[in-house]
Design a protein around this ligand. Structure first.
Ligand code: C5P
Length: 356
């Protein structure tokens, strides 16, 4: 996974919840960049290595069918989720039980240091700290931590970034506690925090139903398959996209058939007819530029061009022969480019995580 952003200009910036010391150049573990260190820290990060370091892979929805609106306001869906090598990293230090948990954010998304980024909270409302809190509650044992979250997954992109971070946090908490919880328990606790979190306890390819929390792990579809994701500068909130969804114009296609077609042969995974996302129309209506970007990509010869989740990221499969890499001209489309691959996890074992 370390090579997933190879080729991007990597620039990282630490944005903590507390006051900062003046910027001091430093080297990140895996790249070049600037590093700012919090002036007020619960402990000195440099003094000891992290107690756990886990990856949080992004996901795309290879298809996403919305079946109906439920009485609780959520939507019943049927979707084929696929994990990617592109991912965030959580470094976790255990703290004494009597100090509050804290976190720092490091942007490693290839953008300039002063680029405008969505506001990601680093206080107790962040899903990562909420996941550690929930783990402590469910296992009835204190778990105070400092987390350094390195963000590479685009935000407001429909790539499950926040959910992946929360899943990775639950996994890290379990590891730090000596694995008291089963994978099934972690998955159930994850579902309490968000609909997409359960998926990350699958093996990386899963058919998800319910509000997204019911998962059926599948054998890897196309291990290591190259996929290029574009993230337009605009972002979208999942809740807003669902709110503007027109239930009268959902796709009529049977999700079980889509799944069978995608699993049947490698050709099924490159047939645009199988790639359906019911959240695409409301997202395209909210950000009309997304449709223009998609048209430009199709005109260049990409076989599959589709939005992931509630957007705004667009993934592309089946590159045109001999075409220059998308990263060379995605800036012309007002989008960042993330070339990556399908990822999978060996098994649903509480001691094994992505990239291990
Ligand atoms: O569960 P999560 O907090 O990730 O969902 C974010 C929002 O997306 C929900 O508040 C809901 O409005 C919408 N949603 C939905 N149906 C789903 C999943 C999410 O309506 N299956």
């Amino acid at each position: 996974m370390a090579g997933s952003l190879r080729g991007l200009s990597v620039f990282a910036l630490v944005v903590g919840a507390s006051a900062f010391a003046p910027p001091a150049p430093a080297r990140l573990a895996r790249g070049v960049g600037h590093h700012r260190t919090s002036a007020i820290m619960a402990f000195d990060k440099a003094a000891r290595p992290a107690d756990a370091c886990v990856l949080a892979p992004a996901k795309v929805n290879l298809f996403l069918r919305i079946l109906r609106r439920r009485e609780d306001g959520y939507h019943e869906l049927a979707s084929l989720f696929q994990a990617l090598e592109l991912g965030d990293t959580l470094r976790v230090w255990k703290l004494a039980d009597d100090v509050p948990s804290t976190m720092d954010l490091v942007w490693d998304d290839g953008a300039d240091a002063d680029a405008k980024r969505p506001d990601v909270p680093t206080d107790a409302s962040n899903l990562v700290l909420r996941a550690f809190e929930l783990f402590a509650k469910r296992t009835r044992s204190p778990m105070r931590v400092h987390v350094e979250l390195t963000k590479r997954i685009p935000v407001q992109a429909g790539m499950g970034g926040g959910s992946a971070d929360a899943a990775a946090a639950l996994f890290a908490a379990n590891r730090l506690a000596g694995y008291p919880a089963s994978m099934r328990e972690l998955r159930e606790w994850g579902a309490e925090l968000g609909s997409d979190i359960s998926f990350f306890f699958s093996t990386g390819t899963a058919y998800c139903t319910g509000r997204g929390e019911k998962i059926e792990s599948l054998p890897p579809l196309a291990p290591g398959r190259e996929i290029t994701v574009l993230k337009p500068v605009e972002g979208l909130s999942t809740a807003v996209v669902y709110r503007t969804l027109d239930l009268a114009s959902l796709s009529p296609l049977d999700p079980d058939r889509l799944l069978a077609a995608m699993r049947a042969s490698p050709a099924g995974l490159l047939d645009p007819a199988n790639f359906v996302n019911d959240l695409e129309p409301p997202a395209l209506a909210a950000v009309p530029r997304l449709a223009q970007i998609q048209s430009a990509l199709r005109a260049k010869g990409w076989r599959v061009v589709m939005m992931s989740g509630s957007g705004t990221s667009i993934f592309c499969l089946g590159p045109p022969e001999g075409a220059p890499p998308l990263s060379g001209w995605s800036a012309e489309l007002g989008a960042a480019c993330f070339p990556t691959r399908f990822a999978s996890r060996a098994e649903e074992d509480e001691r094994v995580w992505y990239g291990e």
